[in-house]
Design a protein around this ligand. Structure first.
Ligand code: GDP
Length: 425
């Protein structure tokens, strides 16, 4: 942490502009050496950068004094011309200065986390934001990066601290008369918080937004699965052939539609009498894919499997004369396009229930597991008659909250809070 780090924070050169960021105790001294003088903080200043007598570039220089910066340290930005040789020459000049080194991946964010500028949920949101490709991904990620999850968890933690204080107070007055009605009220408040947290943890998580909704096409051989997949993704991704058993392994195609990421998965036909071992393996993998589907497109004359997966039962190749439309099946023809718009509509309706609501805070799996753990500690606390154990369970819930936000020193925080909280003392 005593090192000053630097890195190109914009895209890879060549580009019109390359933004070199410097963070750490030596950031301003490094800028002063390059620019000759130190520009005013928080002002864009045009400066000639030199290494010795050599002019490197003419650049826009910005200084942000810590700790109120993105990293919590002194932070400088050099907006260079984005040529490779310029970027290399400035990097070399910085590398030659004592205490300077190139940043590791994510190190600016790690320093922000270490210095308390952001918490872990915001760092996770930031990572998702940088990776976001769809509108839904961007919205969920910016909400997390801007502290939506942190604020929710802090609110849960604050309520738990208050409840802990009430438990401690009850402990202090344990020898006094009838406190049992206060106790049951307290138990109900704890149970209420636990139910609320369970409710949030049970909501659809942010993974499906990030990784894509898994739509599996499965059914009998030659049903038209590969052709339908190609029609859904609008390009030739899967091999189409009139020979049964052409799709021997899973084909996965990521697509984006109306702001949602999907992963379409073609599978081997579920042949009752596989011709060889390769087909057998393909069928086993198809069954595995069905089990992992978020939504199953079932192209088969026999009813779908009893898997706990939402299913759309299709009547494919509906343009062929021998196809009888059955009311519970959606008729589609990849060839004529009949039913394709209806199919997409049905997919979007089925998928809406699997994705976080557009304005809701969506937790990722790590956050959901810890939130559930906190909720179960609270549930245990609510039914715990022994107040010492009840207090301990509330502390365990606090540890889960702090694991979500990445805070470490739980006990110190609790001590500080209880210090201000003088109930009857
Ligand atoms: P899969 O084995 O289930 O993947 O089936 P394919 O997509 O390979 O299709 C099997 C055969 O049916 C191929 O000859 C396709 O050209 C044909 N086929 C697929 N979809 C349609 C369709 O909508 N209409 C018609 N008429 N033929 C289709």
């Amino acid at each position: 942490m005593n090192d000053t780090i630097y890195a190109i924070s914009s895209g890879a050169p060549p580009a019109a502009i390359a933004v070199m960021r410097l963070s750490g105790p030596g950031a301003f001294a490094a800028v002063e050496r390059l620019a000759g003088t130190l520009p005013q903080p928080r002002r864009a200043s045009l400066r000639t950068l030199r290494a010795g007598d050599e002019v490197l570039d003419r650049a826009l220089v910005l200084l942000f004094p810590g700790p109120a910066t993105a990293t919590g340290e002194d932070l400088a930005e050099l907006h260079l011309h984005g040529g490779r040789a310029i970027v290399r020459a400035v990097s070399d000049a910085l590398a030659a200065m004592p205490g300077m080194r190139p940043a590791e991946a994510g190190e600016f964010t790690r320093r922000a986390l270490f210095n308390g500028r952001i918490d872990l949920t915001e760092a996770e949101g930031l990572a998702d934001l940088l990776a976001a490709e769809t509108e839904m991904q961007r919205r969920a990620a910016i909400r997390a990066a801007e502290g939506g999850i942190r604020r929710l968890v802090e609110q849960w933690a604050a309520r738990t601290v208050q409840l802990s204080a009430l438990v401690e107070a009850a402990l202090d007055h344990a020898d006094e008369d009838d406190v049992s009605s206060a106790d049951s009220n307290l138990a109900e408040l704890i149970a209420e918080l636990s139910r609320e947290i369970d409710g949030v943890a049970a909501r659809p998580g942010s993974e499906r937004l990030r990784d894509g909704v898994r739509i599996v096409l499965a059914g009998q051989p030659n049903a038209g699965k590969s052709t339908l997949l190609n029609a859904l993704v609008d390009r030739d991704a899967a091999i189409v052939s009139p020979l049964a058993g052409t799709t021997r392994d899973r084909i996965e195609v990521p697509i984006m539609r109306n702001g949602i990421a999907y992963l379409l998965i073609d599978t081997a036909g579920l042949n009752e009498t596989p011709a060889d071992q390769v087909e057998e393996i393909g069928i086993a993998r198809a069954r595995q894919s069905i089990g992992q589907a978020d939504l199953l497109l079932w192209l088969n004359d026999v009813p779908p499997p009893a898997e706990p997966v939402p299913v759309l039962w299709l009547n494919p190749r509906s343009d062929l004369p021998d196809r009888d439309a059955e009311p519970e099946r959606l008729s589609v023809s990849a060839l004529t396009g009949e039913g394709m718009a209806e199919l997409w509509q049905a997919i979007e309706e089925a998928v809406a229930a699997l994705l976080p609501a557009p304005d809701a805070v969506a937790l990722n799996q790590r956050q959901r597991m810890l939130a559930s753990a906190a909720a179960s500690h609270l549930r245990a606390a609510s039914s715990e008659p022994d107040q010492l154990l009840q207090a301990e369970r509330l502390r365990a819930a606090m540890r889960s909250f702090h694991a979500i936000t990445g805070a470490i020193d739980v006990e110190a925080m609790l001590d500080a809070l209880f210090g201000q909280f003088c109930i009857g003392k």
